[in-house]
Write a protein that binds this ligand. Sequence first.
Ligand code: AMP
Length: 209
Amino acid sequence: MNIILLGAPGAGKGTQASKISDAYNLPHISTGDIFRENIKNQTPIGLLAKSYTDKGQLVPDEVTCKIVEERLSREDCKNGYMLDGFPRTIAQAEALDKIANIDLVINIDVDFSLLLDRLCGRRVCKDCGESYHVSRLNGETKCARCGGELYQRKDDNPETVQSRLDVYKAQTAPLIDYYTKKGIIFNVVGNTTPEDVFQKVAEKLDAMK
Ligand code: AMP
């Protein structure tokens, strides 16, 4: 099954992606993770991406689409995959239509008022990518899942978060309509716990088997 996870920054796409990936054995493809890895390794793509990610803006479609096309052509995607954070513009969705058949778009819908706090308080494991909220860590600095060190993403600060949310509204939210018209969207409310959201997603995925 080829799945897209859609939702605003902080909606819980990464958390659900890791749960779905474990339960359904699908490779988790996060364009944000790919860019962060390239930035860490100071590759040419990383150097270019950094100037956009630092400001909370989108990396140009041409660059992003090329990366995704290459990733989807790999062997591990032959039996399905889960895209997290791609597509983020109509142009990216149209480019994806040319190279892939998407079975389901899971749209995680969260009240905007919750997102700023979720993102600014987020801590992420540098090894496995698991997310936590600082208010529930009680000073813990290691990942409960793998023991990796927790850190705060550079773009999880109030100013950059605001710009990411603005970008989402202007450029990514129109994709909800795009995929609704294609009849492949599944909307799930993401205001509750990750476990509750996953249960609803799993019911949908199991029904599609
Ligand atoms: P994320 O980890 O999904 O929040 O992505 C972090 C940053 O990477 C975003 O704010 C963008 O700068 C960049 N990025 C990730 N995915 C895309 C995409 N599909 N198109 C353009 N830029 C992206």
